[in-house]
Write a protein that binds this ligand. Structure first.
Ligand code: ADP
Ligand code: ASP
Ligand code: MG
Length: 405
């Protein structure tokens, strides 16, 4: 007998019919003799709908209240799934994050899980019940409802699996595994049988939304075997696991992209010590996260300073830079929100030269201009114009031999 945690995403619980289908899958697994914990997301589109309601009243609603609203999405689906399970003859019990006591910090909208009280869940499990837990939500030490950031139900699933010492955490979604790139953008994308935590972490943080970054961090930290599977068709899915010496290491395991970034440049700043900190200090003080940074020095002893931020922070960052520009002696502040970041990821890259030049050549052959570059041991990222996203990703996918046969 194993203990399995399953997580079903929004499209998997999109309607009562879908939820009945989820109940069927859970029961089939339970009938094989396993103990089952099931985490569900809100019905697809629901979190966006709730967010829009709040924004209809205020453009910047208070984060605490937003979390109170958003957490209702998952509360509906846990109740519905528990009812569906019982209607099919399976004892079940639903829990909100607060009822389990998924303790988080108080960072509304992006809370981190600090602790999970597994006592009550263990008792239910030994009574033979299926436990249904609301994803994406928790409670802070003062009893405030918190949410874990978009896509956060994945993290609830993995964190529960870690807390209960589950044998596997299965993430059920609308694709049948992790692919070499988003199969909705590149139809030739290939499903991967296995991918390492390290690569998955990199893919997730570079924009592959199939798993929330923190869920992969948790899985890696607590060695939770994690599998991504389809709710709609049977198959082995993709296993996310530690690096195994016998694993044939592909040079490039995947291509991720991120449409959520925007680029800002301060032009013609006198090139003096402290410029970077005078620009980025106020940006950080405004709680804006900076991703890529490039600084070039021109012959006239001035420098152009470019960086990227989340698109939602673009306007705020632009205002800050305009305010700073005069004091810095800068010539101009310019920005571009129609950019995307495309990244090659692969642990095999570590031991190979020439990947970057091949990447740049492939993009050049398509007439795609590279605006920024950044590299690490296992990834190369470029910023290109948004309109070239599909073309660029497809060109790289085929240049690096990732297309399905
Ligand atoms: P859920 O609602 O089940 O959590 P998500 O929409 O969050 O589902 O994640 C699944 C989606 O992730 C897929 O529909 C796919 O478009 C996207 N995706 C992006 N990159 C990848 C990738 N490398 N492999 C598989 N899916 C990917
Ligand atoms: N419902 C939340 C969202 O849409 C959490 C999740 O689906 O994982 O982001
Ligand atoms: Mg998701």
């Amino acid at each position: 007998m194993a203990l399995i945690v399953q997580k079903y995403g929004g499209t998997s619980v999109a309607s009562p019919k879908h939820i009945e289908n989820v109940a069927k899958k859970v029961i089939a697994m339970r009938n094989q003799g396993h103990q089952m914990v099931v985490v569900v997301s809100a019905m697809s589109g629901e979190t966006n709908r709730l967010l829009a309601l709040a924004k209809e009243i205020s453009p910047r609603p208070r984060p605490r209240e937003v979390d109170v609203i958003l957490a209702t999405g998952e509360q509906v689906t846990i109740g519905l799934l528990a009812i569906a399970l019982e209607a099919q003859g399976c004892p079940a019990q639903s829990y909100t994050g607060e009822q389990v006591r998924i303790l988080t910090d108080s960072a509304y909208g992006k809370a981190r899980i600090l602790d999970i009280d597994a006592v009550r869940l263990r008792r239910d499990l030994s009574d033979g019940r299926v436990i249904v837990v609301a994803g994406f939500q928790g409670v802070d030490a003062d009893g405030n409802i918190t949410t874990l950031g978009r896509g956060g139900s994945d993290t609830t699933g993995v964190a529960l699996a870690a807390a209960l010492g589950a044998d596997e955490c299965q993430i059920y979604t609308d694709v049948d595994g992790v692919y070499t790139t988003d199969p909705r953008v590149v139809p030739q994308a290939r499903r991967l049988d296995r991918v390492t935590y390290e690569e998955m972490l990199e893919m997730a943080s570079l924009g592959a939304k199939v798993l929330q970054i923190r869920s992969v961090e948790f899985a890696s930290k607590y060695s939770v075997p994690l599998r991504v599977l389809s709710s709609f068709e049977d198959g082995p899915g993709t296993l996310i696991t530690s690096e195994d010496e016998n694993m044939e290491q592909a040079l490039i395991s995947g291509i991720a992209f991120n449409r959520d970034e925007a680029k800002l440049t301060v032009l013609g700043v006198p090139d003096q010590p402290g410029v970077a900190s005078r620009i980025l200090g106020p940006v950080a003080d405004a709680n804006i996260e900076v991703d890529m940074i490039v600084q070039n020095v021109a012959e006239d002893a001035t420098t152009d300073f470019t960086f990227t931020v989340h698109r939602n922070d673009y306007e705020k960052a632009f205002e800050i830079l305009q305010r700073l520009a005069k004091g810095l002696g800068a010539r101009e502040v310019v920005g571009d929100r129609k950019i995307v970041k495309v990244s090659l990821v692969g642990v095999g890259m570590r031991s190979h030269a020439g990947i970057a030049s091949k990447m740049f050549r492939s993009l050049a052959d398509e007439g795609i201009n590279i605006r920024m570059i950044s590299t690490s041991e296992i990834k190369i990222s470029v910023v290109i114009d948004e309109k070239y996203l599909e073309l660029g990703v497809r060109a790289l996918h085929s240049a690096f031999g990732l297309d399905a046969a």
